[in-house]
Design a protein around this ligand. Structure first.
Ligand code: SF4
Length: 209
């Protein structure tokens, strides 16, 4: 798997657990607010990437101190060998949380059916009518967002949905439309937007209008 980074210890990425976070390299979205822009390109010089072997050696050393592993991105579900990677992590006895943009419901279904994930966090980038504006994803990917939401909500797996709230770009109407996408019984929260890290320069200084 293409691994763009590793956060060795996190107390906040996996609710209730001390976890390491593995960041995959490559994403099929280009969210305007993305603060991990360096993880979006698929083709980067390989000396920037953490070799998978190194990551597993690290996890082996910390096995007794860590409760879980978070696989984040980038977008993990675009990695062709994600299933193999997650199986290996699960075999080591870790709880596994997956962060996803929800554009690959078939991949998610496969992971759920193989019992490879213990927690899924999916971003809902915007209301569906404004999804392209915020995510700059292809329309074919956006069409699959609702499928992923419903799949995750009905999976029986711990999960949450989250939205980066951009005050300068989201009205109360947008907020209501986003909330309507969340099935009853599923957790959803709005997370703080940090303009200084936004992918698009014009958003870094923009104030509420
Ligand atoms: S889904 Fe959006 S926020 Fe997440 S890594 Fe891709 S571009 Fe960044």
């Amino acid at each position: 798997m293409e691994i763009g980074g590793l956060n060795s210890v996190s107390l906040s990425d996996y609710p209730g657990h001390i976890a390491s976070v593995v960041f995959v390299q490559g994403c099929n979205f280009q969210c305007i607010f993305c603060h991990n822009g360096f993880l979006i390109p698929r083709d980067v010089s390989h000396n920037l990437l953490n070799p998978e072997k190194e990551v597993f050696e690290f996890l082996e050393r910390r096995r007794s101190q860590l409760g879980g592993v978070v696989v984040s991105g980038g977008e993990p579900t675009t990695q062709p060998d994600l299933l193999r990677f997650l199986k290996k992590v699960k075999t080591m006895g870790f709880l596994l949380k997956l962060d996803t943009n929800g554009s690959r419901p078939k991949v998610l279904r496969n992971l759920i059916e193989n019992k490879l994930v213990d927690y899924i966090a999916m971003d809902i980038k915007a209301s569906l009518i404004r999804y392209h504006e915020f995510s700059r994803a292809s329309y074919s990917d956006i069409k699959l967002i609702e499928d992923s939401i419903n799949l995750i909500a009905s999976s029986g797996i711990c999960h949450e949905f989250r939205t980066t709230y951009i005050p300068s770009m989201m009205s109360s109407w947008d907020v209501e439309l986003i909330k309507e996408l969340v099935p009853p019984g599923s957790k959803h929260h709005f997370q703080k937007f940090y303009p200084e890290h936004a992918l698009v320069p014009w958003l870094r200084k923009r104030r509420k209008i």
